[in-house]
Ligand binder design. Structure first.
Ligand SMILES: C[S@@+](CC[C@H](N)C(=O)[O-])C[C@H]1O[C@@H](n2cnc3c(N)ncnc32)[C@H](O)[C@@H]1O
Length: 326
């Protein structure tokens, strides 16, 4: 096969990826993925249980199989083992993120072309229910990444941590579970902080994770003397000016020797190699961006931090960190 043919094949696959996305998200929304997580299950009985028509259910399940997300067991089907635990109902359930991405790409469909023509990308302000849905989605995705980040970071000396824009505390909670002496403050908008407090009630680490409502551009909200200030998935939603200010505020709130860590999508210096990083930059339109390592390290230096480093969480995300001089 010539290179031209394989290039065309890749293009075809990319063009169908929207259909893939829809198949996956509708399978999450209708409960197909949860049933497959508990499988093997026959298509007929799954369709009946979920109130779906059998023929289309079969087509969706077979497409999921071709995509490598499900596998056959005789005439029955199950999710592949790596996905079972994240689609079974429970604390690791990834379904809320699917629902979020479904809405998100609906909005892309309406807004991308006008935005490209220089028009405004209309954003709908989220109502409290929308804020909660968004937060559930961040928790579902964040849970996966937070566990990996906690495996990779040395948290042994962290006793006081601030999680800036920390949502309902996905990272703070995961870090507190790993480090028994760690106490965390999670700063987010008042509605989100309230939701975090509700969710955290009666958990075994609720006395070590505190939620505070406020604006992360307000220096008063940062407190002081933190061993770790975490900026997870927040700089990308801000302009250069605001993001660099947040790094400075975070650095000021550190104790001597403390660490500032940024967890975010990775992108190469020319911003044209990482698929997730470049696509996510579009999602952040004009108010944010996927920032390369040199830009973020520049903010670290401007904020007086040294000992810069980087840990790759996976091909798409990194931890960039620096320390306040002791
Ligand atoms: C993409 S989410 C990241 C949540 C969490 N850090 C994570 O990685 O899972 C961004 C968070 O920033 C919060 N946020 C946005 N603007 C904020 C502001 N001005 N002050 C405080 N929090 C804000 C949002 O409510 C949301 O929880």
């Amino acid at each position: 096969m010539s290179e031209k043919d394989t290039t065309f094949d890749r293009l075809q696959e990319r063009l169908w990826s929207f259909a893939e996305h829809r198949v996956i998200t509708v399978a999450g929304k209708t409960g197909i993925l949860a049933e497959l997580a508990n499988g093997p299950v026959a298509i007929e009985s799954m369709a009946q249980k979920l109130g779906l028509a059998a023929m289309p259910t079969g087509k969706i399940v077979r497409a999921l199989t071709a995509l490598g997300l499900a596998e056959p067991a005789g005439d029955e089907y199950a999710l592949v083992s790596g996905l079972k635990e994240i689609f079974a109902p429970g604390p690791r359930d990834f379904t809320p993120f699917l629902e979020h991405s479904h809405f998100m790409y609906d909005r892309w469909g309406q807004s991308l072309e006008p935005w490209l023509r220089g028009e405004k990308w209309e954003t709908q302000k989220r109502d409290p229910a929308g804020i909660r849905l968004f937060d559930e989605a961040m928790k579902a995705m964040g849970g996966q990444i937070a566990r990996r980040a906690a495996d990779l970071m040395d948290l042994t000396r962290v006793e006081k941590m601030l999680d800036v824009g920390g949502g309902t505390g996905t990272y703070a909670i995961e870090f507190a579970k790993r480090a028994p002496n760690l106490k965390a403050v999670v700063l987010d908008m008042p509605e989100v902080a309230e939701h975090g407090r509700e969710l955290g009630k009666n958990t075994d680490i609720s006395d070590r994770v505190e939620f505070t409502g406020g604006d992360y551009m307000d220096p008063q909200c940062y407190g002081e003397g933190h061993d770790l200030v975490l900026l997870a998935n927040v700089l990308h939603q801000e302009t250069v000016e605001r993001a660099s200010t947040m790094v400075r505020l975070g650095a000021e709130a550190l104790s001597p020797g403390g660490m500032l860590a940024v967890i975010d999508f990775s992108i190469d210096e020319k911003r044209r190699e990482n698929i997730l990083g470049t696509l996510f930059a579009i999602n952040m339109r004009s108010f944010g961006d996927t920032y390369p390592e040199s830009v973020i390290h520049g903010w670290f230096s401007d904020a007086g931090l040294g000992d810069h480093g980087r840990i790759d969480i996976d091909p798409h995300r990194w931890i960039l960190y620096a320390n306040k001089p002791a």
